[in-house]
Structures are given as C-alpha cells and as structure tokens.
Design a protein around this ligand. Structure first.
Ligand code: NZQ
Ligand code: ZN
Length: 386
C-alpha cells in the first residue's frame, strides 16, 4: 500500500432536517453571506424560502443562475459581489455545479488577478472564503472534497482547480432534498458516482485491499439503489444510501494507498467543455468503450474481480468474467435510460482529433493512468463511441 495522508476538514450533517444548524454554523464566519444557487430548482422545491427564513438575521446577497457545467463568467460575477459586499461566507445550495462555482468564487474573492489564473496555477491560491453547502443532488462528492471543475467558454477548457483551502467547512446532506430530482438527473448522478469509484479502483496498485473492498461496497450500493431512486423518488432508503455513496465516492477515502491518474473523466470533461452535455451522460457513453479498449491479459484479473464483486458474475473463466462485467455496465446504464453513443447526443466525429489531444494535454492520462493512453488511443475510444 502506498503512503498517504488523509485529512478532510468538512463537517458533514447528514439526515432529515439537519439544515436547522445553518444559522449557528454560519455565524462563526460572520453576518455577510453570499447565497449561490442554480437555475431555480430550490425555489420550486421550497428550499429557498426555508433558507431565507433561517438566515433572516444575516445580510444575504445572492448569485443565482449557476449553469450545469459552471462557467467562468459566473465565477467572475460571484467574486465581484464578494469584494463589493464584503462577503464573509459563501452558502452553496445545489449540486456539483453550484458547489464548484462557489469554491472557485471563494478563492477568486481573495485574489487580485483574473480568476482563471487560479485554475491554471493552483499555487496562486493563498486564501479562500469559507464555503458551506446544502446538497440537493448526489453525484460529484464536491460536498466533501477540495476540487472544483470550471468551464472557460472562450478557450473550450473545462479544468479542475484543487486546493486544500477549498474543502467546504460544512455540508448539510438531507436525502429528502433529493426527492424532487428528475429521473434523468438521478441517473446521471448515479453513473457519476460509479465512475468516480471505478477511476480509483482501476489502478495498477492492487495491494490496498481494504480500499478496494470499500470501493466495491460503494459500487454495489449504486447498482442496488439507482433504479429504485428513479422509480420511487421519495424512497428515503434509496436516496440516503446514494447520497452517502456520492460523498464517500469522492472524498479521497477510496484512493488512499492507491493513486494514479484518471482515465474516463479527462475525456468526458473535454466532451462537456465542447458540447455542454450532462457530465453523467458523457461518462455513461465513454465508460464501457474505455473498459473494452483497456481490457488485456495485463488487466483481466482486475476486470474479472470487478465483474464478480460488483455485479455478482459467477463465471469462473477470468476472460469471460471480465467481458461479462463490461456487458453488466452497459446493461446498468441502459436500465437507467442512459444513451450509449455520442451520435445519440448529437456529437459527430469532426472534433475527435482536437478533443483527444486536449484530453491528453490537460490530464495525466498518458503518464500515470491505469493503462496509459496516447492521443491516438483516446481518438479510437471516441470512434468506438459513435
Ligand atoms: O440549476 P438547478 O435549477 O438547481 O437544477 C439542477 C441542474 O439543472 C438540477 N437539480 C439539482 N438539485 C435538484 C435539481 N432539480 C430538482 N431537484 C433537485 N433537488 O440538476 C441539474 C444538475 O445539477 P448539477 O449541479 O450540474 O449536477 P452535478 O452535481 O452532477 O454537478 C455536475 C458538475 O460537477 C462537475 C461536473 O463536471 C459538472 O460540471 N464535477 C465536479 C467534481 C468535483 N467537484 O469533485 C467531480 C466530478 O467528476 C465532476 O466533474
Ligand atoms: Zn464525475
């Protein structure tokens, strides 16, 4: 097992009505709050009113309209409000997009240069405002990690800024806030959670047995509950298990002792940077194609283990079990109503060369991934997704 450090400073308040802690917790940082949210789901669900009521003794400024795949322009707006209103704490209410924008705003508010410079060079992050979260969609794990993924429309880049100062101070995770999630967002979130764990599980170091077994438990949880949450939106058991799976799936716990660069996410980030598709949809299309491409004599044992442990495949022949595992992933995605080709989501091959080059340029996929992939490999995977 590799050496590691493990320190997550986020206070998680999980369960029904945990939101009541907000006034007490936020006042530790000050009275001036920037409330950040997306396109209006929190107004329709009533959560907005509840929060405004809880914060009645605070000075609240607002930044609404954070887009899925949040844009740099939103971050720039948020940072300007923070500077103008002397904001002391940011409250992000929403999913990965809102949380990620808030984290970047938190750093940009304490920086004199252009916010994008912080994404390009994280050593420029010296200070950040505290961020608190009320989570309304489970997918990214952003509620308990230090990453934020931001899109720069001008350059077609979708890049991560990652810094220890960006961990949320507090995250309220109430599974009942997921009840209003439409089935397609529930599905996209489930695929994202599964993908995060797979990215960490499929790595060359297989001596971190405990980490692998924990990962298998999280992946089984997603497979068990994803469709149920779509069919029964108010099923607390399904929602709560998925919500915790999303947090544990990407809070660093499942990478300890392992490490290595990710494979499918860098490719998806380029696709969603160019075409603005839902992150989980891109992952659903790419994952089986990536699995097929990297399955070989060298990787077969891990693929067979994945098939048996996560999907209960009984086949004793490793090569056949590995193939069946890939088929199970396809079946799972289909059962959630996910598209399986890029063509279905309107993406043709004209930009594949450019996108493959960008995926390799912006990630460690050719240097430190489970199976190292060059531009030509990424292009072939994209071609196999048509
Ligand atoms: O904007 P509103 O109106 O709130 O609607 C949102 C949005 O349209 C809606 N929604 C959220 N909660 C809802 C709800 N609708 C009804 N009821 C609710 N309770 O769902 C839509 C998607 O929201 P979004 O925040 O975009 O989803 P998600 O959490 O999947 O975040 C995706 C973004 O996170 C990035 C992705 O690339 C993408 O930009 N990621 C962030 C990561 C991280 N910070 O660690 C890692 C991930 O791999 C990922 O890259
Ligand atoms: Zn993801």
């Amino acid at each position: 097992m590799n050496n590691f450090t493990f320190h997550i400073p986020t206070d998680i308040r999980f369960g029904k009505d945990q939101i009541q802690c907000l006034p007490e917790e936020l006042k530790k940082y000050g009275k001036n709050v920037l409330l950040v949210y997306g396109g209006g789901s929190i107004k329709r669900s009533g959560l907005y009113d509840k929060i405004r009521d809880l914060l009645k003794d605070f000075e609240v400024s607002e930044l609404s309209g954070i887009e899925p795949n949040p844009k740099l322009t939103s971050v720039e707006k948020g940072a300007a409000i923070c500077k103008e209103k002397d904001i002391q704490v940011i409250l992000a209410v929403g999913g990965g997009s809102t949380i990620d924008a808030s984290k970047h705003i938190a750093a940009a508010a304490c920086y004199d240069g252009e916010p994008w410079e912080l994404v390009k060079d994280r050593s420029l992050v010296k200070k950040a405002l505290p961020v608190a979260v009320v989570l309304t969609i489970c997918a990214t794990g952003s509620e308990m990690n230090s990453g934020a993924v931001i899109s720069n429309e001008k350059t077609h880049e979708k890049l991560e800024i990652n810094h220890p100062l960006l961990y949320p101070k507090l995250s309220v995770c109430d599974p009942t806030y997921l009840y209003t999630l439409p089935p397609e967002q529930t599905a996209a979130g489930a695929v994202d959670i599964l993908s995060h764990v797979m990215e960490q599980y499929f790595q060359s170091n297989d001596e971190a047995y405990i980490t692998d077994v924990l990962s298998e438990a999280v992946m089984k949880t997603v497979v068990k509950y994803a469709r149920k949450a779509m069919d029964e939106p108010q099923n607390y058991e399904a929602r709560s298990n998925l919500m915790w799976a999303s947090t544990v799936g990407l809070n660093h716990l499942l990478t300890v002792g392992k490490g290595g660069a990710w494979s499918v996410h860098p490719i998806e980030h380029v696709i969603s940077a160019y075409y603005d598709i839902t992150h989980g949809v891109g992952l659903a299309i790419l994952t089986p194609a990536w699995m097929e491409y990297v399955l070989s004599d060298k990787t077969v044992l891990r693929f067979a283990r994945f098939a048996r442990e996560v999907f209960g495949v009984k086949e004793t022949d490793d090569a056949k079990a590995a193939e069946l595992g890939i088929e199970k992933v396809r079946e799972f995605n289909r059962s959630l109503g996910m598209p399986s080709t890029l063509t279905e989501v309107g993406i043709l091959q004209d930009k594949f060369d450019e996108m493959a080059a960008e995926a390799v340029r912006t990630s460690g996929i050719s240097l430190r991934a489970y199976v190292k992939l060059e531009i030509s490999d990424v292009k072939k995977i994209l071609m196999n997704c048509r």
